[in-house]
Design a protein around this ligand. Structure first.
Ligand code: B12
Ligand code: SF4
Length: 577
């Protein structure tokens, strides 16, 4: 999310002073006190033993459940905080497999995703917010009796992923293969150089889940840990597992696994120390299926006034064109943009697909979409023009939102106006302290000659208001700014809203140190503990997007509780005004 919330640090070689505790058996059970889930598991075990006595049911050979594990130990997100219940990252990872299931191609035709409708596919996906949601996970596992669990986890979700994997192993033992992928695995298992593709070139960060299992600091709950592109890897794994029967000989399967399977990925088998490095054959983004027709559209963002909201993506890579030190989308970690030349066409195709699916599934609602690009089409002027031309030549009945940086809006004012006529109704921007020098600068801060960061932000609010574009704003704290400057920032956005109506939405975030493939100046957590334990900090952080008490940036301390309460108080005032 552009400058959406969650970020990482300014490295300077400082070694963290907080020593991580080894993963003790106590901490394994500490978070498993899930009364509802425990009850569900117990009744599941009873039913399973009585079913075993009466014989097995007939089920497809491949039964896959895909879950985004929770990032919080417990609680519910504040209703007024920005949120989404779609695991869009997992949708992206599973889109080739889903498309095979729906077109009944290959082994996926014999899976629990295969069927006439996309709701059949969607029913096997779940996004969890906190451990309070675990009963829904247990129910899904009980219903589908999967032999493959796909976990797509971000860094703060790792304790949640461990809980989900433990439950899966408790329910199905060696009959289930637990595969962990997603951002955290990608940032902690990587090649020291993109072109060096031998097993010896693989680096495991201190927080690599495979390394933690091998070091005995984490029980062997993940069978395979996958870094990088999931699309063809997941599809291929399904093709293989559909032909095998449990218990699976994963080592034998992965010794044979085709390294030419498309994408840039590394598969690590913690139990056997086996690693498979893909040949790195690039995925042709133009051939990837759009998400809406595979998974349907189930969200409706408030900003689009009741229209259903699809997640669309121009597939120009996993990150951003900029390289801000503290951000997980930085080009230094994600590799920057790919195939920008065809990006506008791809995005138009995804918007068109969203319109068709929403018309079919929700005929009375109207269509909207949020573009998940870090920055819409990488901010490329040419690609933005092409998108406008496509939308002008063949208009679509859709409103959409996207992300830009402050300076890009200022530099591309005519294009923003043109896009607003073509359906752009919402822009999400990131704001850090109004004094970038306080935090050591930002890569995206490219317009400092044209006025202060505050003056430029205020100009952006005016431009968006003039063009009838609603503005959402991610505020990021914890970068080194003073508390006084945080409050000044909040006061300034409240005042801007009073004057211009912008921003309409605020999301506050406390910068989290992500592993960033080691680009952290020496600061390395293992992320085995929850980001924030239960207590007053957690209660307040439910008003935030991403935040953590334990994983602050290098040299940064968490807020004092009274400071946090003051921020939340102002956020509430903003939200209810
Ligand atoms: C859409 C999105 C969301 C959605 C959907 C989340 C979801 N779990 O699906 C919502 C709004 C709910 C969300 C929430 C959160 N998000 Co978010 N989100 C994104 C966003 C904008 C796009 C993700 C995406 O689809 N990218 C494109 C695809 C192609 O890349 P990808 O996600 O890495 O997925 C590929 C691989 O990782 C892999 N893969 C993914 N899952 C799996 C699973 C398996 C089994 C395998 C084998 C492979 C695999 O295959 C995919 C395709 O190649 C990214 C920023 C970005 N531009 O990527 C942030 C981002 C991923 N989010 C982030 C964070 C921190 C969060 C939250 C923890 C905090 C928050 N409140 O925002 C929560 C976690 C919620 C949860 N329980 O998972 C960070 C992650 C950083 C990190 N190292 O942890 C990012 C990078 C933003 C940032 N700059 O910090 N997010
Ligand atoms: S790298 Fe910078 S500009 Fe890009 S998404 Fe991250 S914070 Fe925003």
């Amino acid at each position: 999310m552009t400058c959406r919330p969650h970020f990482a640090p300014h490295g300077s070689g400082f070694i963290m002073s907080k020593i991580q505790q080894p993963y003790s058996s106590d901490s394994l059970t500490r978070y498993s006190i899930l009364d509802d889930a425990t009850g569900l598991l117990r009744s599941y075990r009873n039913r399973r033993s009585s079913k075993n006595a009466t014989g097995a049911e007939s089920r497809p050979a491949l039964r896959v459940v895909a879950v985004a594990p929770p990032d919080w130990i417990h609680g519910k997100k504040d209703k007024r905080a920005l949120n989404s219940s779609d695991p869009a990252s997992l949708f992206n990872a599973c889109r080739v497999a889903a498309s095979r299931a729906l077109s009944r191609t290959g082994a996926w035709a014999n899976s629990n995703w295969a069927g006439e409708t996309r709701s059949k596919v969607r029913a096997n996906f779940l996004l969890l917010y906190s451990l309070d949601d675990i009963p829904a996970f247990v129910e899904m596992m009980e219903r589908e009796k999967p032999n493959v669990l796909l976990l797509g986890a971000m860094t703060l979700c790792i304790p949640g992923a461990i809980e989900c994997a433990k439950i899966a192993k408790e329910m199905f033992g060696n009959d289930i293969v637990v595969v962990l992928g997603g951002r955290h695995a990608t940032e902690t298992i990587y090649l020291w150089h993109a072109k060096a593709r031998q097993v010896a070139d693989v680096v495991h960060h201190r927080a690599s889940p495979a390394r933690l299992i091998r070091e005995g600091r984490l029980p062997p709950v993940f069978d395979v840990v996958v870094s990088g592109d999931g699309e063809f890897f997941i599809a291929e794994l399904g093709e293989i597992l559909e032909r095998k029967r449990a218990p699976y000989d994963l080592k034998a399967i992965f010794v044979e696994f085709d390294r030419a399977t498309l994408g840039d990925w590394i598969a690590s088998l913690p139990a056997s120390s086996l690693e498979v490095v893909s040949a790195g054959v690039p995925i042709n983004a133009n051939e990837l299926p759009p998400l809406a027709s595979l998974f349907g559209v189930s969200a409706a963002f408030d900003v689009f006034g009741g229209r259903m909201t699809a997640h669309v993506f121009s597939d120009t890579g996993r990150g951003c064109v900029y390289d801000c030190d503290f951000c997980s989308e930085k080009s230094g970690v994600t590799g920057g943009l790919r195939d920008i030349a065809n990006a506008a066409k791809r995005l138009y195709g995804q918007l068109e697909d969203a319109v068709n699916v929403i018309e079919e599934d929700h005929p009375d609602r109207g269509a909207s979409a949020f573009v998940e690009d870090s920055i819409l089409l990488g901010g490329s002027p040419r690609a933005l023009d092409t998108l406008c031309e496509l939308l002008e030549a063949k208009p679509l009945p859709i409103e959409f939102g996207a992300q830009f940086t402050v300076d890009q809006i200022l530099q591309r004012e005519p294009q923003i106006a043109r896009l607003s006529r073509a359906g752009l109704r919402y822009i999400f921007i990131g704001l850090e302290t109004f004094d970038p020098d306080e935090i050591g600068g930002m890569s995206k801060n490219i317009g400092s000659r044209n006025g202060s960061w505050q003056a430029r932000s205020e100009r952006v609010f005016q431009i968006l208001a003039q063009n009838g574009i609603a503005c959402g704003c991610a505020l990021l704290f914890g970068l080194g700014e003073s508390h006084h400057s945080r409050i000044a920032l909040l006061d300034a956005v409240v005042e801007a809203r009073r004057q211009t109506g912008c921003p309409a939405f605020l999301s506050a975030n406390w910068a989290v140190q992500h592993p960033l493939r080691g680009q952290t100046g020496g600061l390395e957590y293992d992320y085995l503990d929850w980001g924030t334990p239960a207590g007053p900090y957690l209660d307040n952080f439910h008003h935030f997007g991403e935040a953590s008490l334990n994983y602050c940036l290098e040299n940064q301390a968490p807020p004092e509780i009274h400071e946090l309460e003051e921020i939340v108080h102002r956020l509430r005032a903003f939200q209810s005004s």
